[in-house]
Write a protein that binds this ligand. Structure first.
Ligand code: GLU
Length: 290
């Protein structure tokens, strides 16, 4: 069911694979402020698609830490784990449209194939582009591999997808400049990206475009590290007949050494700041939100 899109709808969408750090806090406060200033709604979406890395403990901690910080969101909390059927339907649509194919290569095989090619191209996250090994498999070979119990991932057939759309795509980026500017989407940077993972029922890219449409999200404000992913998201939206939200890719907070804050680098979590006695008002003020 699509929720009403008559008002602007913003969302903060953390993955429960660690505690929130102050970079997340900034993004949540920013989304909340944009929603308030525009008379819009503000959703919290827990991106718990990756069962291997997500933990209930972090899910609870995210809500507790945001509440402590003074962030309030519209109930109910949205969760990706409640939408696996929607992701499966989207992947089926892409297969039916002839723009997705099963891929049986392991990560190590892709890395080996890329290593054999000098200066093999890489995607914006630094992973080698898929060399297309499984793109041409015929039906009987696919059946044979499936029958032998091999679990495939699903990849986007980029060339077929671009041919089907047949025109350049773009999105509207709103930064400090409220008028917005048009950014040309470059989905080709990702090659034949994985859109259905072997270990989870979809992929970040599919889940995020399906969820944003399903939840009527009109405005996506997220970190600049996802700027290039938006090019791929625009292509998926177009292939699936989904609307394009407005985007704001904000700067990432850096730590004292100038490195990007991330949960994996054990950056200072909101919990740790709290445990050290910091007050919520003080943290908000430090982040520029009074
Ligand atoms: N779940 C993603 C993250 O925690 C954010 C995705 C998004 O905002 O589109 O980095």
């Amino acid at each position: 069911m699509t929720e009403s899109a008559s008002q602007p709808v913003f969302r903060f969408a953390p993955s429960p694979n660690g505690y929130l750090h102050i970079g997340h806090a900034w993004s949540a406060l920013y989304n909340q402020r944009l929603a308030r200033e525009s008379g819009g709604r503000f959703l919290l979406r827990i991106e718990d698609i990756d069962a291997g890395r997500c933990r209930r403990e972090y899910d609870d901690a995210i809500r507790e830490d945001l509440a402590w910080l003074g962030v309030t969101w519209e109930e109910p909390v949205r969760r990706q784990s409640e939408h696996f059927d929607d992701y499966a339907r989207a992947l089926r649509t892409l297969r039916d449209r002839g723009v997705a194919y099963p891929c049986f290569c392991s990560r190590a095989e892709v890395a080996r194939a890329a290593a054999a090619v000098p200066d093999a191209p890489r995607d914006p996250d630094g992973a080698p582009l898929y060399p297309g090994t499984c793109r041409g498999l015929d039906r009987s070979e696919i059946e044979r591999r499936l029958a032998s119990g091999r679990e495939p991932a699903l990849r986007l057939d980029l060339a077929a997808a671009l041919a089907l759309i047949g025109r350049g795509l773009s999105w509207r980026e709103f930064g400090e400049d409220a008028a917005g500017r048009v950014v040309a989407a470059e989905p080709g940077l990702w090659g034949d990206a994985v859109i259905g993972r072997r270990d989870t029922p979809a992929s970040y890219h599919i889940a995020v475009v399906v969820d944003d449409a399903l939840q009527g999200v009109t405005d996506v404000a997220r970190g600049r590290d996802l700027f290039h992913a938006t090019g791929l998201h625009r292509l998926l939206q177009e292939l699936l007949g989904l609307p394009a939200p407005r985007y704001r890719h904000h700067a990432l907070l850096l730590d004292e050494a100038g490195a990007k804050l991330s949960k994996s680098a054990r950056s200072k979590s909101l919990r740790a700041l709290r445990a050290e006695g910091a007050g919520a008002a003080e943290v908000r003020a430090r982040l520029g939100f009074s």
